[in-house]
Design a protein around this ligand. Structure first.
Ligand SMILES: [Fe+2]
Length: 517
């Protein structure tokens, strides 16, 4: 009797433990969901998160810095006590700069006694820094993205335990999407987590591509490495994506909305489905989360709550990513239209800007440029001749030799390019584009125009565009010459290597050109 009782008690204990673990998970998700529901915008959420971090580490203030490697600056994503202002400091300065450069956590008890400390920020804020801890955080490629800094531990100094906590929090911030965009690697553990907690066989996350009228899988269990595309008006996921209403089906094969054909193809047997929409800040449906086959039963209301909380969490990161991609896509389109508008001026040179861009990017890849640099080069190359819009047609299209006056007028196109591009106020990353684009007629020995810059004075990307530009012009038909063969064009370029053109760039173009064939 006693044995049975104690067995029952231990069963009961286990059940309570399981329940409380489940409850904890549910509460965690709902808490995140609620916080985000109130403050969907991460910038509005950050003050809350940062004040929690300060509290958890018993510090007076916390600051989140991001690195801009282009300008070698650190700027505050969020600084407690300085919410409305943004601090920008030189990367090499201060303790935070050191922790970013060395990729190491820094723990200092008395800042004013540390020679690396930069007291400028204290002067701006009127705050007196005593103890400091600064932990770098990294992106997927292990590049430093920024640092989390905490100031003035209330008990005097930061301990070893605080160091670990700060590092962990810093990496958690990147995971949460506070400083980075959503990607599959980040969503995957969430879906896996969800599969565990709802005890289902499969979990998938689909996003809507409205242009194509379809859903595509960001994460799909059982189909790793493949992206699934579903028609937006088909199946349960499609229905949820269109209506925005969750669907909980207990017996899929008895439900006419379910499409059995996929199961027939794959041999998988779907029993029950729970599918909820993912909505953005404005309430627009951006995707769905679908779980299939609850182990040993059907999906409950608690599963539904979990899924809804998760969908809110996913929504925020997804929205950021979508906005970013849309902005990027829009920017690219505007660029192409701009480039096409120069080409439209003259059918004979149509495609020149696109071709120059293609060759310039080919050279850059041969030279091992990174994607960010290639982006900058692309914009500069596409728009390098934009100023030609201001040049009279009768001169641009003149078949014969230009008079000195006419040539002077043609030369103005680079200054026009620079002026127009400067007025465009391109995004930070493209800050040097006006300069790069407008130096494409400069030559190494200073014989080019407009400023007669020498090799060391000309941006390297401008030297790439110069070579790509001349090669394109030589190999295409012009009013004043027929199209030359690439071999002949390379011969001409090579004659001017070292005087007008950079040798490495010409060699890289040749390598790219013959690889392409
Ligand atoms: Fe030009």
């Amino acid at each position: 009797m006693e044995g049975v009782l104690s067995e029952e008690t231990s069963d009961l204990k286990k059940e309570i433990q399981q329940l409380s673990a489940e409850n904890e998970r549910l509460t965690k998700f709902i808490e995140i969901g609620e916080a985000i529901f109130v403050e969907r915008n991460i910038d509005q959420l950050l003050p809350l998160i940062m004040s929690k971090i300060s509290k958890a580490l018993n510090a007076d203030r916390s600051t989140l810095f991001l690195v801009d490697w282009d300008s070698m600056e650190l700027w505050t994503k969020f600084a407690e006590g300085l919410e409305s202002d943004r601090i920008i400091i030189q990367l090499k300065m201060g303790l935070v700069g050191v922790s970013v450069f060395t990729r190491q956590l820094i723990n200092v008890t008395n800042a004013y006694q540390d020679p690396r400390f930069n007291s400028n920020i204290d002067q701006i804020t009127g705050f007196r820094t005593e103890s400091v801890i600064s932990a770098p955080f990294f992106d997927k490629g292990n590049e430093v993205m920024g640092a989390l800094m905490l100031l003035n531990k209330k008990t005097g100094f930061f301990t070893k335990e605080d160091e670990e906590k700060t590092l962990e929090t810093a990496s958690r911030l990147t995971e949460m999407g506070c400083v980075t965009d959503l990607d599959k690697d980040k969503v995957k553990p969430l879906v896996y987590d969800l599969r565990q907690s709802t005890e289902c066989e499969r979990g998938s996350l689909f996003l809507i591509d409205r242009e194509k009228g379809e859903l595509f899988s960001l994460v799909a269990d059982g189909l790793e490495g493949h992206e699934i595309h579903l028609c937006l008006n088909l199946g349960i996921a499609g229905l949820v994506a269109i209506t925005g209403k969750e669907i909980n089906i207990q017996d899929a094969y008895a439900d006419s909305r379910f499409d059995k054909s996929k199961d027939e193809r794959t041999g998988y047997r779907t029993r029950c489905i729970l599918c909820v929409p993912i909505k953005d800040q404005s309430g627009e449906i951006i995707g769905v989360i679908e779980t299939i086959n609850k182990k040993g039963g059907i999906f409950t209301d608690s599963d539904k709550d979990l899924l809804k909380a998760l969908s809110t969490f996913v929504a925020i990161s997804t929205e950021n990513a979508i906005l970013f991609h849309e902005q990027h896509r829009q920017f690219k389109r505007i660029l192409e239209v701009l480039a096409a508008s120069i080409d439209a001026k003259d059918p004979l040179t149509a495609g020149h800007s696109q071709n120059v861009t293609k060759y310039a990017v080919g050279i850059a890849r041969e030279l091992g440029f990174g994607e960010t640099e290639i982006d900058v080069l692309t914009v500069a190359a596409l728009l390098h001749d934009y100023g030609k819009l201001g040049i009279a047609d009768n001169i641009l299209k003149k078949p014969g030799k230009l008079t000195p006056e006419e040539f002077e007028h043609i030369k103005e196109h680079v200054v026009n390019t620079r002026n127009i591009l400067n007025k465009m106020h391109l995004m930070r990353k493209y800050r040097d584009v006006p300069l790069i684009a407008s130096c494409h007629h400069e030559r190494l020995n200073g014989s080019g125009y407009t400023d007669g810059l020498k090799a060391h004075e000309t941006p390297f990307m401008a030297k790439i565009i110069a070579v790509a530009d001349v090669f394109e012009a030589l190999t295409s038909k012009r009013y004043y010459h027929e199209a030359l063969s690439p071999e002949k064009a390379f011969d001409i370029l090579k004659q001017d290597v070292g005087t007008k053109f950079d040798e490495n760039i010409v060699i890289s173009l040749e390598r790219y050109w013959y690889k392409k064939l």
